[in-house]
Design a protein around this ligand. Structure first.
Ligand code: FES
Length: 97
């Protein structure tokens, strides 16, 4: 199984990655790049604060754990709400199966 996402802060760059149980989207995508902040999903804090790692989940959202209260707060307003399919890649894990 795969998920399809785009990186909101990297010109909507598209990624399709395999579901890897209990791993973060950010790690699964960025481990393939030598300069992940430019080539993959951008990030700064990895703590759910800066919102640089926002991704739009196009397919496979059911493979992801539900958002934590921290992630819900971070994505509460604006064009990148969870209701529209956005998540924080640094906070979002694949389900354990
Ligand atoms: S890297 Fe800062 S919120 Fe994800």
């Amino acid at each position: 199984m795969f998920i399809s996402i785009t990186a909101y802060n990297n010109d909507q760059k598209a990624f399709q990655v395999p579901c890897e149980p209990d791993r973060l989207i950010l790690d699964v995508v960025n481990e393939h790049y030598s300069d992940p902040k430019r080539e993959g999903i951008p990030f700064i804090c990895k703590k759910g604060v800066c919102r640089s790692c926002v991704v739009h989940v196009l397919e496979g959202a059911e493979q992801l754990v539900p958002p934590s209260p921290l992630e819900q707060r971070a994505l509460q307003v604006g064009k990148t709400t969870i209701a529209l399919g956005y998540r924080l890649a640094c906070m979002t894990r694949f389900k354990k199966e």
